[in-house]
Design a protein around this ligand. Structure first.
Ligand code: ATP
Length: 355
């Protein structure tokens, strides 16, 4: 098991900088997500932690030891890839044993270890089967078995479920998380899927264009997004943004939007004189006849217990997630009420949240 500390980590490929000075800490035993859109530098970060890529500058400490310039073979980290590369001519037992056999571990010890891993993964019954005929899930389990059997300090997983269809993917995600909870090994997991990151992760780093936008628990990131990028990337439908123009004085707890007073959390003094953007999640918008801030219902999408209502307002389109029992007729004009305690307030220029 291991704590991994990342300090000012940077990676340049020629004139292109893929990772621009990341810092975060992966706690011992955490299931840690590297999340962001395609090309943001997640895989490069993971590969630097594993030692498959050397950083241009910055440090990687594993249990306090600087391993930044050490080769992968000296880091004791296991990689689990999306395309699980099993040896097709070997059976399951041989595939799982392979890392130990190639290290010269005595036979009896290998047998005991493989039995233990097979029990953890629930694959005792397929140990003697050739891997060629296995289902996708079993192949995934065997690949995991091969990673687990060495007892590495940490696991690196790069979109391990990316090739699976949606339903099976959800099932394997639960299985992976349960496996992690049984073993308690530090795991770093790359995904571009915000839902997967929220569901599985203890902590999440959100990256964009090689920069760490935010680092925290799923709840911190969802409830208090540090930037408009994070607010937009996490949550579906995304957070609504309302641009607010006009003066605002420190200590105030309201802004005026289209002549209507909207209560906000107490605003930071740095927000004075800045152009602000209010952020409100769809589930924190309520519809009422009386509300002073008005919008026209453009569409209602039924989702079972809730519905997503799209409204056009003087400040753009706003989505509200409301109980499906509430009748919202297309073409009707209704009042929108925002829950002040849950509003985020961003600097329109920098995109950063005021706290
Ligand atoms: P994806 O999910 O698409 O893999 P990612 O967030 O994992 O995205 P990276 O694979 O880390 O992104 O790549 C980040 C950027 O660095 C990309 O623009 C990529 O083209 C570039 N890059 C990665 N590896 C190299 C390399 N060996 N040489 C040059 N550029 C690279």
């Amino acid at each position: 098991m291991a704590e991994i500390v990342i300090r000012n980590l940077r990676k340049e490929f020629g004139s292109f900088t893929a990772v621009k000075g990341s810092s975060f800490t992966i706690g011992d035993g955490e299931f840690f997500m590297l999340l962001g859109p395609s090309g943001c530098g997640k895989t490069t970060t993971l590969r630097m932690i594993a030692g498959l890529e050397l950083p241009t500058s910055g440090e990687i400490l594993i249990d306090g030891e600087d391993v930044s310039q050490r080769p992968a073979s000296q880091r004791d980290i296991a990689m689990v890839f999306q395309m699980f590369a099993l040896y097709p001519h070997m059976n399951v037992r041989k595939n799982i044993s392979y890392p130990l056999v190639s290290q010269g571990v005595p036979k009896a010890q290998v047998a005991a270890k493989v039995a233990e891993v097979a029990r953890i993964l629930g694959i005792e019954n397929i140990l003697d089967k050739p891997v060629g005929g296995l289902s996708g899930g079993d192949r995934q389990r065997v690949a995991l078995g091969r990673a687990i059997v060495r007892n590495p300090k940490a696991f690196m997983m790069d979109e391990p479920l990316g090739a699976l269809d949606a339903e099976f993917r959800e099932h394997m995600a639960e299985e992976l998380r349960a496996l992690h909870d049984r073993m308690g090994a530090t795991t770093v997991y790359v995904t571009h899927d915000q839902l997967e990151a929220m569901q599985m992760g203890d902590k999440i780093v959100v990256m964009n264009h090689g920069v760490v936008e935010q680092f925290g628990t799923p709840q911190e990131i969802y409830d208090h997004p540090a930037t408009m990028f994070v607010a937009d990337f996490i949550g579906s439908p995304a957070m609504n943004f309302l641009r607010f123009e006009g003066g605002f004085r420190p200590g105030e707890t309201a802004v005026t939007l289209g002549g209507v007073r909207i209560a906000t959390p107490e605003l930071h003094e740095e927000a004075a004189g800045r152009q602000l953007v209010l952020g409100v999640r769809p589930e924190h918008v309520a519809l009422s006849d009386a509300g002073a801030y008005r919008g026209r219902v453009e569409a209602a999408e039924y989702l079972g217990t809730t519905q997503i209502v799209t409204l056009s307002t003087a400040h753009g389109s706003v989505k509200a997630r409301i109980p499906s029992g509430h009748v919202a007729r297309v073409g009707e004009t209704v009042g929108l009420d925002f829950d002040a305690r849950t509003l985020s307030v961003f600097d329109a220029g920098t995109g950063r949240a005021f706290r």
